[in-house]
Design a protein around this ligand. Structure first.
Ligand code: NDP
Length: 326
């Protein structure tokens, strides 16, 4: 059997780069769909240059997606690209919906019409549960999204189920709760804290400014989550699965863990800026990964503590190498 071909959108992001590494290890031919010029820096996937093919495509240009799906003739399509920073969705709700829901519809339609053998994974989000009536959330929990990003992800998720039923395509939705790594930008609080703990340990900074310390999330390791995405496409039948740790931690606990990892007490180094505090959430964001455990045999390899430790260690090495705290 020749090697399997995978098309990955969002190659240059956190998840796309981990997924491409996993697929290459498994012997796939990997093509990444990118919106930047092929000779521009490939972001998180720059180290894979030469090992992956590249195709041009922009979520906001539907024809570019259709052409890529038809040209790639992939066995598996992993749709990870999205404007993924939730606060931005308030500035550009129309663009957010087009880039997430619109692009998902285009990709599913393209697979149906031009590449029916392609199995499709779509990255939905635990954010779509919003003010859901229960916690932890399961695949069947009713959704009450609270921002344009979450609304768009819910639409993408529902489109997967609808085209799967109506057009018999092999499409899966991964309802992903927060997942992190050293490849996250510092605009996301876990990386901000990990970087700060490393910088303070090295004497390059003395404090980190945070918002609501009581806010909680269900955090996993990105490398584990994308393995769950791959597992979904290896099943006999398509389905939707929550990928989450099933444990929630507060921002304060995250900071305690990060600072303790380098022998410091977080309380000595945290400043709270009330302007960074968002409105409290009525429902705790927490996923129940039971379905994925049972059906996919998916289990995380890193605990919360190991994940945060990995991130802090990375930043210690990076800062020692660069000699700068930026
Ligand atoms: P990143 O922000 O790291 O990566 C996003 C990717 O999408 C980048 O490759 C980016 O390209 C690409 N992209 C954004 N806009 C466009 C566009 N208009 N056209 C083409 N490509 C575009 O996100 P993650 O890797 O963390 O997340 C992967 C997916 O999982 C996303 O869909 C996200 O919404 C979802 N998700 C992530 C969670 C998490 O905690 N990480 C939680 C729940 C869901 P470029 O580099 O050019 O900007």
């Amino acid at each position: 059997m020749g090697s399997r071909r995978a098309l990955v959108t969002g190659l240059t992001g956190q998840d796309g780069s981990f997924l491409a590494e996993l697929l290459l290890e498994k012997g796939y031919q990997v093509t990444g769909l990118i919106r930047r010029a092929p000779d521009a820096h490939l972001g998180c996937a720059e180290h894979l240059r030469g090992e992956v093919g590249l195709l041009a495509g922009d979520l906001l240009v539907p024809d570019s997606l259709t052409e890529a799906v038809a040209a790639a003739g992939a066995h598996e399509l992993y749709h990870l690209a999205a404007p993924s920073y939730v606060p931005d969705s308030w500035q550009q709700p129309a663009k957010t919906v087009a880039a997430i829901a619109g692009a998902t519809a285009t990709l599913l339609e393209a697979v149906r019409d031009y590449s029916r053998q392609t199995r499709v994974f779509i990255a939905a989000s635990g954010a779509m549960f919003g003010a859901a009536p229960e916690s932890p959330q399961r695949e069947q929990t009713p959704c009450q999204p609270q921002n344009p990003y979450a609304t768009a992800k819910l639409a993408a998720h529902q489109l997967v189920g609808q085209l799967r039923a109506h057009d018999s395509i092999f499409a899966c939705s991964g309802i992903l709760f927060n997942h992190e790594s050293e490849r996250r930008p510092e605009s996301f609080v876990p990386r901000k804290i990990a970087r700060a703990a490393a910088a303070i340990k090295l004497g390059m900074a003395d404090a980190v400014t945070l918002g609501d310390l009581a806010a909680s999330r269900d955090w996993s390791f990105a490398g584990d989550v994308i393995r769950g995405a791959w597992l979904m496409l290896q099943q006999d039948r398509p389905g939707d699965y929550i990928l989450a740790s099933g444990v929630s931690h507060t921002v304060a606990q995250l900071a305690e863990t990060a600072f303790a990892h380098v022998g410091l007490d977080a309380r000595d180094h945290i400043r709270v800026d009330p302007t960074l505090v968002r409105a409290p959430e009525s429902t705790r964001q927490l996923g129940d990964p039971g379905h994925a455990h049972q059906r996919l045999g998916w289990m995380p390899t890193l605990t919360f503590e190991q994940l945060i430790g990995r991130m802090v260690d990375f930043d210690l090495r990076a800062l020692q190498g660069s000699g700068t705290a930026t």
